[in-house]
Ligand binder design. Structure first.
Ligand code: GLU
Length: 284
């Protein structure tokens, strides 16, 4: 069996807050307790929201908390060719289709959809003639994973056996062997118009490349696992064990979020708080 390997994989779209500290400490403690590896990965494929100073902030904040990591930091924006290679492989197998629609087109379609959002998140390929015109006009497009084609490629039996082992818990307490239901996510985008890749593809690629055996992360990403397990099956990558942990809530019971201006670790540090106190408050 391969050595226990886990990771912390923040997107540098802002400074870290206590919720990130909880996630990083949970993964780091699990690795260090079992003589395993803890990897730091910077998931900075979103060119509109990620900034180098936030990446530097991640390193500064984790170091202040007393965490260390094994091997070099992997920065996803340095590896866009790797992800393009996966898009190419899946595309050659006919599993992807071009989608020229804008976010607004998709949202409008959700409003019109007779069976709700899931159906609208599967817009389907454009008619051939329309696609040819849009291509000729040089319009930007995303690549979406076709659930229908993926199901046909895997076969009904393998599709029905898609599953992962949950050692933590989902938002509704789900644990144990969880059947994967990729259809809940629709035909997800695997290559964004602006980035050439997308979260689900880059994260599964890197978990496989870095031989991650345990994905430890907040249960806000529990639902994302359904489609990530499908991508692993299509690519022949192993499915790690997952441990989703509860999110840290603020005094009013809401999850901490950058957008709600949760206090950052930087400002906690600048108030002169001892990092040992932050760790203790989080249960470490
Ligand atoms: N980069 C993702 C985020 O910051 C986390 C990815 C993961 O842990 O799977 O939300």
């Amino acid at each position: 069996m391969s050595a226990f390997t886990t990771r912390f994989a923040p997107s540098p779209t802002g400074r870290l807050h206590r919720g990130h500290a909880l996630s990083a400490l949970t993964a780091w403690t699990a690795a260090r307790a079992g003589g395993g590896r803890f990897i730091l990965r910077i998931e900075d494929i979103d060119p509109t929201r990620c900034r180098p100073e936030f990446e530097a902030g991640v390193v500064e904040d984790l170091t202040w908390l007393g965490l260390d990591w094994d091997g070099p930091i992997r920065r996803q924006s340095d590896h866009l060719q790797d992800y393009a290679g996966v898009v190419d492989v899946l595309g050659r197998r006919g599993l992807l289709y071009r989608c020229f629609r804008t976010r607004k087109d998709i949202l409008d379609a959700i409003g019109d959809a007779p069976h709700g959002p899931a159906e609208a998140a599967r817009p389907g390929p454009h008619p051939a003639e329309e696609e040819a015109t849009l291509l000729a006009e040089g319009r930007p497009f995303a690549w979406r994973l076709s659930l229908d084609r993926a199901r046909a490629a895997l076969g009904v039996r393998a599709w029905s056996q898609l599953a992962w082992v949950e050692e933590g818990a989902g938002p509704d307490g789900e644990r144990g062997l969880i059947p994967a239901r990729p259809e809940t996510a629709g035909d997800v985008v695997l290559a964004r118009k602006d980035a050439g890749t997308a979260y689900h593809l880059a994260v599964t690629h890197d978990d496989a490349l870095q031989a991650v055996t345990h994905v430890i992360r907040g249960h806000d990403l529990f639902e994302a696992t359904h489609v990530q397990v499908l991508i692993q099956a299509l690519m022949g990558w192993p499915t790690p064990t997952y441990r989703h942990h509860p999110l840290l809530l603020d005094a009013s019971g809401r999850r901490l979020a950058k957008r709600d201006k949760a206090e950052t670790l930087q400002s906690i540090r600048e108030r002169g708080v001892d990092p040992a106190r932050v760790r203790a408050e989080l249960g470490f």
